[in-house]
Design a protein. Structure first.
Length: 198
C-alpha cells in the first residue's frame, strides 16, 4: 500500500468506528466503502490481515457480513447482505464481483417503486421482504473477476469460480466452475495440506 493510502486510512477514511469490527493488520483502502444501515458494528466483522477495496453493505431491516483472515475483496466488488454472508479464511474475491444474499428490491412492480421511494426519501426501510437466503463461502475459495454469486449459495472449500461466472447453485469443494449458469469444469486436488497453511 502506498503512503497516500496509509495516510487516507489513518485520517480520512469515510467510516465510523461503530460501523464495523476490523481485525489486526487489516486494511480498508481508499476505494473501500462500508455502509452499515443497522448501525451495529458486530454486523460487519472483518478478520485479521484482510484487505478490502470494494463495498460491504448491510440493509436496514437485517443482514450480517463476516469475513475471515487473510482475505481480499477487490475494487468495485459489492457484498450486500440482508440476511447473512459468511466468508471463510484465505478467500480471494477479485474486482467487479457481486455477492447478494437477497433480491435487493421487491419483484412486484408497485412494491419495487415504493421501496425505491422510501430509500431515497427516508433511507433503508426497517421492514421489508427481499426473499433473503444466506450465502456461505468456505475457506480457500478463489472468485474470479466479474463473477456474480446469488442468494442461498454455498461454495465449498478450495473451489475456484472462473472469471465472469454466474453462480446460482451450490459449488462442491475443490472444483472449478465457469459459465452462465456456472457448471463444473473439473475437479482439483489441494496442492498442500490446507490444514497447515499459516
Amino acid at each position: 500500500m502506498n503512503i497516500k493510502g496509509i495516510v487516507y486510512n489513518l485520517f480520512f477514511k469515510p467510516f465510523k468506528e461503530k460501523d464495523y469490527l476490523l481485525g489486526e493488520k487489516s486494511v480498508l483502502y481508499e476505494t473501500a466503502s462500508i455502509i452499515n444501515n443497522l448501525n451495529k458494528k458486530e454486523k460487519i466483522k472483518i478478520g485479521n490481515n484482510t484487505h478490502i477495496k470494494g463495498e460491504l453493505l448491510v440493509f436496514g431491516h437485517g443482514g450480517e457480513i463476516k469475513i475471515g483472515d487473510f482475505c481480499f475483496v477487490g475494487r468495485n466488488t459489492y457484498i450486500w447482505s440482508a440476511k447473512k454472508i459468511s466468508i471463510g479464511n484465505r478467500v480471494l474475491i477479485s474486482h467487479n464481483c457481486n455477492i447478494f444474499d437477497n433480491d435487493t428490491h421487491p419483484l412486484d412492480i408497485v412494491e419495487r417503486h415504493n421501496h425505491f421511494k422510501e430509500i431515497i426519501e427516508h433511507g433503508q426501510p426497517r421492514t421489508i421482504n427481499l426473499r433473503e437466503r444466506e450465502i456461505v463461502i468456505d475457506d480457500d475459495v478463489l472468485i474470479g473477476a466479474n463473477s456474480i454469486i446469488l442468494k442461498g449459495v454455498h461454495i465449498g472449500q478450495g473451489a475456484i469460480i472462473a472469471a465472469g461466472s454466474f453462480v446460482a447453485s451450490n459449488v462442491e469443494p475443490f472444483t472449478v466452475v465457469a459459465g452462465n449458469p456456472a457448471v463444473i469444469i473439473k475437479k482439483i486436488r489441494p496442492a498442500v495440506d490446507v490444514a497447515i497453511i499459516g
